[in-house]
Design a protein. Structure first.
Length: 154
């Protein structure tokens, strides 16, 4: 179901043909990089955080780490990741396949500045055995992101 939502969302932007499906897991940055044959930093990981009763997503480069002080300054709250059991009900995708495509209404999506250094990046596509090959401008458009943030450590 999650892949179908992601695919339908990407179809609206003419990008569904960019989805890649694997016979092996791509559920972590390291596994996705191995499945794709690329460097881990090219994986656009999607981090899920609590925001009141809802959630927000931040897409960041595979080698980036959240800077708690920057996060708190930008969002006015502590960076508290969603527990695994809350991810799918709040976001619409299970852990390992979380992506900004086809998320539940009200989920806020942001892109971290750590992604700007790449021509091509690979976020998940709704399952722990998928990815989608996108340029940064394509990700910006298809993610329907609220905007860019700088909340990761260099």
């Amino acid at each position: 179901m999650s892949m179908e939502r992601a695919r339908a969302h990407l179809e609206k932007y003419g990008l569904a043909d960019r989805i890649l499906e694997f016979d092996v897991s791509s559920a972590t940055v390291a596994l996705a990089a191995q499945a794709l044959g690329c460097e881990p930093e090219h994986i656009a990981k999607t981090l899920s955080f609590e925001r009141g009763e809802g959630a927000l997503l931040i897409l960041a480069a595979g080698d980036a780490r959240i800077d708690n002080a920057k996060f708190k300054q930008r969002f006015g709250m502590k960076a508290r990741m969603l527990s695994a059991d809350r991810v799918e009900p709040l976001i619409g995708h299970a852990v390992g396949g979380v992506c900004p495509f086809g998320v539940r209404p009200g989920v806020e999506v942001y892109l971290d500045a750590s992604l700007r250094r790449f021509d091509v990046i690979y976020p998940a596509a709704g399952t722990p055995k998928s990815a989608v090959r996108l340029s940064v401008p394509e990700l910006e458009r298809a993610s329907e992101a609220i905007g860019w943030v700088d909340v990761c450590k260099a």
